[in-house]
Design a protein around this ligand. Structure first.
Ligand code: SAM
Length: 469
């Protein structure tokens, strides 16, 4: 390997750079790096050197390998993520928590005496610990009677490890009044150790808001959802609009009815208003889960969301879509025939390797079934195996049934995710062309109840989103 080759300039000029960039953004959501090639290359160069890789393609191969790729992805994420955080960031939001949100949750949960808070993208822990301090203060002597869960998650395992120590430098305490410091922290070797009643109130767990391999709804043991409050502050700023549009309904799903969402002060856009009700508090806007008055943005996106990740990661159940050609009689079937519903079930549970294996078995029996190829594309795409395999499977599905609207749509999503807007646009226009012949109410093959009208709306959203970005 030539060290000189792994320079920032060489990486940016490397023919595999844009593919590697798309892959990383697809896995992490960090579209922030879309127009920051030098910053990305600088971080990548460190990882290539550490792994003795000379070029982007070699490093991409490493990332895609198993289990080395997963370990390396963690190292890379530590390089890429930005963890700026401090105690009581946005004091106006903490004031709203103290005076509006917590009193509301406490009143509503009076009988069960449970309070559940999720800090999504918690970095090194200042945010969830600030919540712990506040909940401690607001519940006061009643705290022991309450079952309080403060779950804090992040994609960066190093941040989580630091968060668990409860140790912070001066910089993280810059919003903590001098008078409050001694009550909350103990000075410890030039750092500040958060005192125990607060430290013990927070549980940390690894979680990727984007990755389909992870359960998006935070981890087992926390009951997956039903949160009274979600803080997802200064995380969405690193994602693109399309990703945010996909995430907002998921965050809403994670909340109880009337639950609250707090985001960073520069993050809101009109998409929030489509999914959440707004509540104006002094100096800040709060979001609240509410039944939307008109069909919300996410209703049109629902099937896409289902197939993306979560736990259970659902893939649209296939309706019988007749293959265009009859299957070749060549392969004798002696073992039980694997079924498409098996693939769907495995994907629902995030068991991507097995789902892939069953796809292959189904294809060995019936290589001409476009639905199997389509499902295989979804499994590759959302299971993180690679967009090339996903693209190939989509193209096979389309070859076998050129009017397979969802396969064209999926192809568009794959190409867009990989930073190939022209191809993505072509695929989406193909969807619109196919749908032209169908009334809005027509259900789509392999669409799990998705109608032509629904898919049309999804395509338009994507086309508009692409136009804006
Ligand atoms: C700027 S910090 C925000 C910390 C804290 N929420 C605050 O506002 O002070 C952004 C955090 O988002 C995390 N993050 C970025 N992408 C993520 C993803 N896909 N899933 C979960 N966390 C992510 C980063 O690791 C980082 O810790």
């Amino acid at each position: 390997m030539s060290e000189a080759l792994v320079s920032v300039g060489a990486l940016v000029r490397d023919s595999g750079f844009s593919r590697l960039k798309s892959y990383i953004i697809g896995l992490t959501g960090l579209a922030y790096y879309d127009d920051k090639d030098d910053a990305l290359a600088e971080r990548l160069a460190r990882r290539l050197r550490a792994n003795g890789r000379a070029d982007c393609t070699g490093y991409l191969e490493l990332l895609m390998s198993d289990p080395e790729g997963r370990r390396e992805l963690d190292e890379l994420i530590s390089e890429l993520t930005i963890g700026e955080t401090f105690f009581f960031r946005y004091p106006e939001q903490f004031e709203a928590l103290r005076t509006i949100i917590l009193p509301d949750c406490i009143a509503r949960n009076r009988d069960e005496r449970r309070l559940r808070v999720w800090s999504a993208g918690c970095s090194t822990g200042a945010e969830p610990y600030s919540i712990a301090v506040l909940v401690h203060e607001v519940l006061g002597e009643h705290l022991p009677d309450w079952h309080v869960t403060i779950l804090a998650t992040d994609i960066n395992r190093d941040f989580l490890a630091r968060a668990r120590t409860g140790r912070f430098g001066d910089w993280a305490l810059r919003s903590v009044a001098e008078s409050q410091r001694a009550a909350l922290f103990v000075a410890d070797n030039g750092q500040w150790l958060l005192r125990n009643p607060y430290r013990g109130m927070v549980s940390f767990a690894h979680h990727n808001l984007i990755s389909p391999g992870d359960c998006w709804m935070p981890p087992d043991g926390f009951g997956g959802g039903g949160f009274d409050i979600i803080l997802c502050r200064n995380v969405l700023i690193y994602f693109d609009r399309e990703t945010i549009q996909l995430l907002l309904p998921r965050l809403a799903d994670g909340l109880k009815a009337d639950g609250w969402l707090l985001v960073g002060s520069s993050e809101p856009n009109e998409d929030f208003n489509r999914v959440f009700a707004t509540v104006n508090a002094p100096g800040t806007t709060l979001y609240r889960k509410a039944a939307p008055a008109s069909p919300p943005l996410w209703a049109a996106e629902a099937p896409q969301i289902r197939v993306l990740p979560p736990r259970p990661a659902r893939i649209a159940r296939s309706r019988a879509l007749p293959p265009r050609r009859s299957p070749p009689p060549a392969v004798p079937v002696e073992r039980p025939r694997p079924s498409l519903s098996e693939i769907i079930d495995l994907a629902d549970r995030g068991r991507w390797d097995e789902a892939r294996r069953v796809c292959d078995q189904c294809l060995a029996v019936d290589a001409m079934n476009p639905v199997t190829h389509y499902l295989s594309a979804l499994v590759h795409h959302h299971g993180g195996t690679g967009s090339l395999e996903a693209e190939q499977s989509c193209r096979k599905a389309i070859y076998l049934d050129r009017n397979f609207a969802l396969a064209h749509y999926q192809l568009g999503a794959i190409l867009a995710g990989r930073g190939e807007p022209a191809g993505a646009r072509r695929a989406l226009l193909n969807v619109l062309r196919i749908l032209e012949q169908l009334p809005d109410t027509a259900p789509l093959p392999a669409g799990d109840g998705l109608t032509a009208g629904g898919l049309r709306a999804m395509v338009k959203l994507r086309l508009e989103g692409r136009g804006r970005s």
